[in-house]
Ligand binder design. Structure first.
Ligand code: CDP
Ligand code: MG
Length: 682
């Protein structure tokens, strides 16, 4: 690492000004809420119970900034069809608003849905709220995430991922079950939230027209840029919650950090899991050699795919005499709130999806954050007391950041969204009322892809789904993977394909602690297939099954047993969908060529070929790509491969590869490749 990195903060940073535009307007006067709030329409809160844990929970509920506004909030929300609610992360929006609405009787005629962009957040929030309500999870308060439904007939408050609510809208576009939909973390603008905006708005309008129970829509955001939300929901009023009270000092670097930004950060930021783990380890190692008298350091990694029990560790207080250091992805930016953070170090970088409709490549790329994100990160310090934020960029650099994050819907492959909209029988996807319209190029590219997968029918300028398209929409998967499963019956390898697709649908089942790399490599050897990563993963899953899911085996083989169990669950559900469609579910019985053929026939749009100079280029648009070091094929030079993910750091890497025969590809989509070849020659 360059010398500068070792300088003490005072030498490298200069103070910046305080957050601009933080005019926090508090429309909600304090003193309105609570049992003693004195407002007739405010229903009383439950009395604190005797258990010390419950009592602590109750006390904490009452000390949240939102609590003082409870009465007013409820009065306002009761009367409004749509509202936008802004409040700092941690002010109590997500955990309290659904409870206030429930206590106010809003859920009598329908469930209150709270959407979350992240699966972990939905689960942990449902757990927290059911604890606060002193009920068993899945009863009054439950959650639904992909492949997991913990709700019952009694459920009145339901946390669910935005993707799941979208799925429910396929079978019921009026969302009849719900009296209220809370679109939470709206500032994150995930692709599913963005589509939901349109779906929920349409449901609300249609219900009104039909004289049905009105649908209340509450958009919640942790950032102030909410004009767009308000406009979109017909000028919905914006309610502000009291802001943070403690000042935060900002420090920018004095010099642009070209050198180690590129060298260290970018390489450090290659893969969330690995980078966060590696950085944590380095921190721990350095901390061991701190001079006497320095407080000890407790270093905790935090990322979405970290086992849940380990994620929970970040919430626990540090032992006496320790400083707690959390090395986190942007999961801590808004969706998780950790108390007691005093210092924030903001790298100014984020790993996000980028899509180019011309090349058809959707990659995860390391890029600059927006100003909004930077302020959000800053805000993590100073929640309980004054704080300090070190920004690893200069103030000039900061000024050049984009004001707002480009919503995911404008930088993603839209094939999944278009398939879902068509499954909901949206009459014209090109004129769908998106809050932020994706470019027509992106929509056309998605339509072209779905066409290639045989999902679309064009009749009199009207787009509808073919029977295959309908079947594809029944799987909670990316269209190409749904197609892989559907095709597998033709290749008599559905059992194998179900396993592979399930393995690709959950976080990695392989645990790779960087400190034990050699050990990992030697135990993995026995599973490795020269046919690629998918077949290797299949071997690991099979052994896991044969061994009866033995935990010791998992430990010895660096396999994440929790994720493995999840794979088994996902697989069971996907298999169930196949059986419901009366699809024959057969095994290829060790014939891996059929499995590879099946992958080639469905994923032909994600393939690359070896070039005469030893590099790789994508088969269709000839983009340069490389084999990722984590692939079992890293040291091999197969002539032709199918990949299932792309990661962009200093170059474009293919991850999860399978060796295929180029002939199979042309056989799978002759017109496609003929057309692409023609364009390439022109
Ligand atoms: O939604 P918002 O960011 O405004 O806040 P919240 O998620 O409702 O969290 C309110 C408070 O509850 C936080 O400050 C946390 O201290 C606490 N909380 C918790 O302890 N455990 C959870 N799983 C969720 C929230
Ligand atoms: Mg929240």
């Amino acid at each position: 690492m360059p010398e500068e990195a070792a300088l003490p903060p005072a030498k490298r940073f200069r103070p910046g000004s305080c957050p601009p535009g933080r005019r926090v307007v508090m429309l909600l006067a304090p003193g309105g809420g609570g049992a003693g709030g004195g407002r007739r329409q405010t229903p009383p809160l439950a009395q604190p119970s005797a258990s010390p844990y419950r009592e602590a929970l109750e006390l904490q509920r009452r000390s949240l900034p939102i609590f003082r506004a409870r009465g007013q909030l409820l009065a306002q929300l009761r009367n409004l069809d749509s509202a936008v609610l802004i409040g700092e992360t941690g002010s109590g929006k997500t955990t309290q608003i659904p409870q206030y609405l429930y206590e106010g009787g809003i859920s009598r005629q329908g469930i209150i849905a709270v959407t979350q962009p992240r699966r972990v957040a939905a689960i942990s929030l449902a757990t927290r709220v059911s604890d606060e309500k002193r009920t068993e999870l899945g009863k009054l308060v439950g959650y639904t995430v992909r492949f997991e439904d913990v709700t019952s007939e009694d459920t009145r408050i339901k946390f669910l991922t935005d993707g799941m609510l979208l799925r429910e809208a396929i079978s019921d576009s009026l969302l009849r079950k719900y009296s209220c939909v809370i679109l939470d973390e709206a500032h994150e603008r995930t692709i599913h939230t963005d589509v939901l905006f349109g779906v929920v708005k349409a449901a609300q309008k249609r219900r009104k027209e039909l004289g049905k129970l009105p649908l209340k829509v509450i958009v919640m955001s942790a950032t102030m840029d909410v004009d767009l939300f308000s406009q979109y929901f017909n000028g919905a009023p914006v309610l502000y919650l009291e802001g943070r009270q403690h000042p935060i000092q900002i420090f920018y670097t004095k010099q642009p950090q070209q050198d180690y930004l590129h060298a260290a950060l970018i390489s450090v930021f290659q893969i969330h899991q690995e980078e966060i783990e590696a950085m944590s380890k380095t921190c721990r190692d350095i901390a061991k050699h701190l001079p006497d008298g320095c407080p000890a350091m407790l270093v905790l990694p935090l990322y979405a795919s970290l086992p849940y029990s380990q994620q929970l560790r970040v919430f626990q207080g540090a032992p006496k005499g320790y400083r707690k250091v959390i090395i986190s992805t942007n999961i801590a930016e808004t969706s998780i709130t950790i108390t007691g953070i005093k210092y924030v170090v903001d790298t100014g970088m984020v790993k996000a999806k980028k899509y180019n409709p011309d090349s058809g490549l959707e990659v995860l790329a390391v890029q600059r954050v927006s100003k909004t994100q930077a302020w959000q990160r800053t805000g993590r310090a100073g929640r309980e007391d004054s704080g300090i934020c070190y920004r690893l960029y200069t103030e000039d650099e900061f000024e050049k950041f984009e004001k707002m994050t480009v919503p995911e819907i404008q930088r993603c492959n839209l094939s999944s969204v278009i398939l879902q909209l068509l499954a909901m029988r949206v009459p014209n996807v090109l004129t769908f009322d998106f809050m932020s319209k994706p470019s027509p190029d992106h929509i056309q590219a998605a339509i072209a892809q779905l066409d290639l997968l045989g999902a679309l029918e064009h009749k009199d300028d009207q787009l509808t789904l073919t029977p295959i398209g309908r079947k594809m929409a029944a799987f909670p998967l990316e269209p190409k993977f749904a197609k892989t499963i559907l095709l597998s019956s033709k290749f008599h390898c559905t059992e194998e394909i179900l396993t592979i697709v399930s393995l690709l649908s959950v976080d990695s089942v392989l645990y790779n602690p960087p400190a034990r790399r050699d050990e990992v490599q030697s135990v993995r050897k026995k599973f490795i297939s020269s046919e690629g990563d998918h077949i290797t993963l299949l071997n690991i899953y099979r052994t896991f099954k044969n061994i009866g899911g033995n935990k010791d085996w998992c430990k010895e083989n660096f396999v994440n047993s929790k994720n493995m169990l999840l794979v088994a669950e996902v697989r069971a559900q996907l298999r169930e969908i196949c059986l419901k469609m009366s699809m024959p579910v057969m095994s290829s019985r060790g014939d891996m060529e059929s499995v590879r053929r099946c992958l080639a026939h469905s994923l032909f749009m994600s393939t690359a070929e070896l070039q005469p100079d030893g590099t790789y280029a994508t088969t269709d648009t000839h983009q340069p790509v490389a084999i990722h070091p984590s692939s079992v094929l890293f040291h091999c030079k197969p002539a032709c491969v199918v990949y299932t993910a792309l990661l962009y750091t200093n170059k474009c890497y293919m991850r999860d590869l399978c060796v295929v025969d180029a002939e199979w590809l042309y056989e799978a989509a002759p017109d496609y490749f003929r057309r692409k070849l023609r364009t390439a020659r022109n």
